[in-house]
Design a protein around this ligand. Structure first.
Ligand code: ADP
Ligand code: MG
Length: 323
């Protein structure tokens, strides 16, 4: 059962074209020539209940624009979106109760208020019963480690602290869907890890459906089984992370520490360096166990390991192929 259904979604932004040269301002006003930017260009996908999907693509691909239409902030130019039975931009109030949203670049919290007061206000806005609110606040304070800055005005929080506050605010009223747009941008490793752990736990414990936009593919490797990859407003790939690797990067590398190795059947020597040899092979044709056995039978080996392709390099290859 899909909980998010997106079909043929299009968003165009119109801007009055600025004229150049003398009297540019006046001529811009008079001509009112418009340029049209198709930020989202016919996107379709579905997300099932409890899925965690990575929504990826290069800068300007249309990710944030899509998220804004899914959350009801923007109205599409054409196409349809259904989120748990609602049309987000038409039924904003109902949709707002079932979704939590975190934009890494922009806080939803009240800048001048202590985090504690922001959370309290959000609890009131969403009619969270007092006992439930207190339970949630206690739980999030512990898991997201908010204790030391609950009474600090949001404007004084570090980026990582603010992001944790934003996550708590987004999940206070138990929404079943969470949209995260670049939640780890600019954070250090520890803060990133804490946010990933929190999101992973939400999904496991409460079955929260998560749509995640990120530049950090470690977020994706850790949280998502599936990715939707977009490029120039169109879907370039939609499927399992593992399938993406086998389809676009079928090769593995066997790294062998050995004194001498000229060649091995079923693999190609792609690199040599100080007693190490890199052998590239296709596991569908040369089973890794057979390759390892054949290397060990013929050579004096002190160490060996099999290297998986990095998601990052796989994705780069897809964009390169698309030109
Ligand atoms: N409000 C807007 N007005 C005009 N163009 C916009 C607006 N918002 C986004 N765009 C353009 O639409 C394209 C997609 O933007 P965006 O969805 O923010 O990309 P992403 O989040 O994938 O980096 C970009 O070319 C961007 O400049
Ligand atoms: Mg964006």
């Amino acid at each position: 059962m899909p909980v998010i259904e997106v079909a043929d979604l299009v968003k165009e932004f119109r801007r009055t074209k600025r004229q150049e040269g003398s009297f540019a301002g006046l001529r811009t006003l008079l001509t009112r020539e418009q340029t049209v930017k198709r930020a989202v260009d016919g996107i379709s996908f579905q997300v099932g209940l409890g899925e965690m999907v990575g929504y990826l693509g290069p800068n300007g691909a249309g990710k944030s624009t899509t998220i804004k239409m899914l959350t009801g902030i923007l109205v599409p130019t054409s196409g349809t979106v259904r989120v748990a039975g609602t049309v987000p931009w038409r039924d904003r109030a109902r949709n707002a109760r079932q979704i939590g949203v975190v934009f890494g670049q922009r806080s939803q919290l009240w800048w001048d208020l202590p985090l504690r007061d922001s959370l309290w206000l959000i609890g009131r806005l969403y009619d969270v019963p007092t006992a439930r609110f207190e339970e949630k606040q206690r739980q999030f304070t512990e898991v997201l480690d908010l204790g030391s800055f609950l009474d600090t005005p949001v404007r004084q929080l570090s980026l990582g602290q603010r992001m944790r506050g934003d996550l708590a605010a987004a999940m206070l009223y138990d929404p079943s869907i969470l949209y995260l747009d670049e939640p780890t941008v600019g954070l250090d490793v520890v803060a990133k890890e804490r946010i990933r752990a929190f999101v992973g736990e939400l999904n496991r414990e409460s079955g929260t459906t998560v749509v995640l936009t990120t530049h950090d593919l470690d977020d994706v490797e850790e949280l998502c089984d599936r990715i939707v990859l977009i490029d120039h407003g169109k879907v370039a790939y939609d499927g399992a992370v593992a399938e993406l690797k086998t389809r676009y990067a079928p090769h593995r590398e066997l790294v062998v520490q050995t004194d001498r190795l000229e060649s091995v059947e079923g693999a190609e020597v792609v690199r040599r360096e100080e007693g190490k040899v890199w052998l590239r092979f296709d596991p569908a044709r040369t089973p890794p166990a057979a390759l390892v056995a054949s290397v060990l039978a013929r050579h004096e080996v002190t160490d060996l390991s099999i290297v998986e392709p990095e998601l990052e390099s796989v994705i780069h290859r897809i964009y390169a192929d698309r030109g």
